[in-house]
Write a new protein. Structure first.
Length: 248
């Protein structure tokens, strides 16, 4: 399972998906190519498939991806689109997000000399892994210093993150803590019982914990690949897919 093998915490992956796409596996950004649960842009997706796809039965996709001038491309436009469309597949998007986060985790830990926390991985998603290493090194040495002067371009593009409502620059600690709270809120979304409209549940139950849902659905999916759940089918179905795929 990706979460166990990579050492990336499941709650981080769930929180990231909640923040990035509101758990919509077909979400598409209006201003970029970002698509899917984790809003991978085209280049980032091709890069992670090229590096890790073969581990998940996607050797055909990895083999088709080439590099030129630091950019990834696929010669056949139809095959390229097929590979990019995998971003909309929850299981594939989740394991690739886990592998990508694991790569960032290893890089950050080698630079920081300490364990990278889930919030540090999200900073790598937000600033890029190099930017996150720079941010966290500054944070670890002087957490109360303001961050905007070290990241002027990012601060201009994301004023609400680097400045408070009064226009005062936030410290490294404040920014990191706000990201941590955002991640926690996202990962708590599916923490309790979820309602399921299905008479096949034990004793006609209408609410079960996610872990119990995994057990029930694992047995059922062996005979019936598509399961309808309600009143929130997309979220409940996705919770199962991520739990089962990432091995919580």
């Amino acid at each position: 399972m990706a979460s166990r093998r990579t050492g990336v915490d499941f709650s981080y992956l769930l929180g990231q998906a909640k923040i990035e796409s509101s758990l919509n596996p077909t979400a598409r950004a209006a201003t970029s190519s970002a698509t899917g649960l984790y809003q991978f842009i085209d280049q980032s997706w091709l890069a992670v498939i090229d590096k890790h796809g073969a581990q998940y039965g996607l050797g055909w996709a990895a083999d088709a991806i080439q590099q030129s001038g630091g950019r990834y491309y696929v010669a056949d436009p139809n095959l390229r689109q097929q590979i990019l469309d995998l971003r909309k597949h929850p299981e594939t998007a989740s394991v690739m997000a886990a592998e990508h986060a694991a790569d960032n985790k290893a890089y950050l830990e080698s630079r920081l000399g300490r364990e990278a926390q889930p919030v540090d991985l999200y900073l790598a998603h937000f600033l890029g892994v190099g930017g996150a290493a720079k941010f966290l090194s500054a944070h670890d040495s002087n957490p109360d210093a303001t961050a905007a002067s070290l990241f002027p371009a990012a601060a201009r593009a994301n004023r609400s993150i680097f400045y408070d409502k009064s226009g005062h620059p936030r410290s490294f600690t404040e920014i990191r803590d706000r990201f941590a709270a955002k991640l926690q809120k996202g990962s708590d979304t599916l923490g309790g019982p979820v309602q399921y409209a299905d008479a096949a549940l034990p004793d006609g139950a209408k609410a079960v914990q996610p872990a119990d849902y995994v057990r029930i659905e694992t047995q059922r999916l062996s005979q019936q690949p598509d399961v309808t759940v309600a009143p929130q089918p997309q979220t409940a179905r996705l919770a199962y897919l991520m739990l089962a795929t990432l091995g919580r």
